[in-house]
Design a protein around this ligand. Structure first.
Ligand SMILES: Cc1ncc(COP(=O)(O)O)c(C=O)c1O
Length: 399
């Protein structure tokens, strides 16, 4: 009998009971706005910031409305102005070039390696083209951060990290988001903690932190933050920094705090699933599994593999066959972006030069979500289906 998978690739786990209770408490008292506090009360949002700062080892943290807003705020805080160029990954998703465009700046795309990280040789070659790099740890793949920081430091490039897919991950034990000047995270439903929408930003730089708080719309109530610098730092920036409202609210923060406490064990559960998939896929003829470097602590909330140098119609056929058996795969080689895929040349507002080496990699990237609602057995079934369908198409290709 042909095996089929019947689970959903977009079904997350329920919000934990503890988070629901905390959310209900906020709903019952009605003080959802982060600065709406009873006398002596410390709000959920300020506590979330304090806890996330502690968890990442950052001095300062700001909770905001989305990961995209966190990145735009970071770009503004480091001084990116309309017309400036900003280096960023050719392999990432639309909110990243979108954040650059939102401040009127122009992305300069840097290529992707076969390990799905930013191509560091290409970065070294382009580092003199901009003062800022918005580095996307796309799909959780972390590049050699020592080399990246050395390239950027030598070229005077400020690094902002997009950690939408690396909350809970690390490079040589340093949490993702803590190498650059600012780390940005997303708390959107498909990420590692789920408040529907939401974002977090961390930094050790007091002036960047104060500017980010002002930018997010603090109505001069910055003293109600627990993970922000002292008022003397705000004195230096408060009349120079516009209010571009994008705060987090107490309801989302209440939902997030218990999820952050459980992050470590969730990461382990993701990685168990990832490892079952990886073991099931490795050795499939025609399919390249992405090797994970020793120094990387990843979060296997999605898995990618390469169908390198396959003709497009055969990739489409392999994906069609997997889909017919219930396995939803995304392909970064399609001519037009569809559902959560996109490529540097799909963003027509951002001019790009052709990148043939990266195009070869992008044309082979196949991507799959790994929600925690999948059991380990589900992962084994999915791997068997991919293996047999991709193997069959590869066989017909090589006959
Ligand atoms: C690579 C990447 N960066 C940033 C974001 C931004 O997150 P948000 O949806 O919270 O704005 C996303 C969201 O999908 C993403 O995939």
């Amino acid at each position: 009998m042909t095996e089929r998978f019947t689970g959903s690739f977009t079904q997350q786990e329920p919000i934990p009971d503890e988070a629901i209770e905390a959310a209900l408490a906020v709903l019952q008292h009605g003080r959802l706005h982060r600065y709406n506090l009873a006398p002596g009360e410390v709000g959920e949002t300020a506590l979330l910031e304090q806890e996330f700062a502690e968890m990442t080892g950052a001095k300062y943290c700001l909770a905001v409305a989305s990961g995209g807003y966190a990145m735009a705020t970071a770009l503004r805080a480091v001084g990116v102005k309309p017309g400036d160029k900003v280096l960023s990954n050719a392999f990432t998703l639309a909110p990243v070039p979108g954040a650059i465009a939102s401040v009127g700046a122009v992305p300069v795309f840097v290529g992707v390696s076969e390990g799905l990280t930013i191509d560091l040789d290409d970065l070294a070659a382009k580092a003199d083209k901009a003062d800022v790099l918005l580095l996307s740890h796309m799909r959780g793949h972390i590049c050699d951060m020592d080399r990246l920081m050395a390239i950027c430091e030598a070229a005077g490039v400020t690094v902002i990290e997009d950690c939408a897919h690396t909350m809970g991950a690390a490079w040589k034990g340093v949490p993702s988001g803590r190498h650059g000047a600012i780390g940005c995270y997303s708390c959107q439903t498909y990420k590692h903690v789920n408040s529907g929408e939401g974002g977090l930003l961390v930094t050790d730089d007091e002036e960047l932190a104060a500017k980010a708080v002002m930018l997010s719309g603090s109505y001069m109530l910055f003293e109600r933050h627990l993970a922000a610098p002292g008022p003397e730092v705000f004195e230096r920036v408060k009349y120079e920094t516009p209010n571009i409202s994008g705060r987090m609210d107490n309801l989302r923060a209440a939902i997030l705090r218990p999820q952050l406490r459980a992050l470590e064990s969730q990461v382990e559960r993701w990685n168990e699933r990832y490892q079952v998939l990886e073991a099931g896929l490795s050795g499939t003829p025609g399919l390249t599994v992405i090797e994970r470097p020793e120094a990387e602590r990843y979060v296997g909330s999605s898995i990618q593999f390469l169908l390198l140098d396959w003709p497009a119609e055969d990739v489409r056929e392999a994906l069609r066959r997997c889909a017919a058996r219930g396995v939803e795969l995304k392909w970064f080689g399609a001519a037009e972006p569809v559902a959560f895929t996109s490529r540097y040349d799909s963003w027509r507002y951002a001019p790009s030069e052709p990148m043939p080496v990266s195009d070869r990699v992008l044309a082979g990237i196949v991507d799959m979500r790994v929600p925690l609602t999948f059991s380990l057995e589900d992962c084994a079934v999915i791997a068997r289906i991919i293996r047999s369908e991709i193997g069959a198409v590869w066989q017909s290709l090589t006959d």
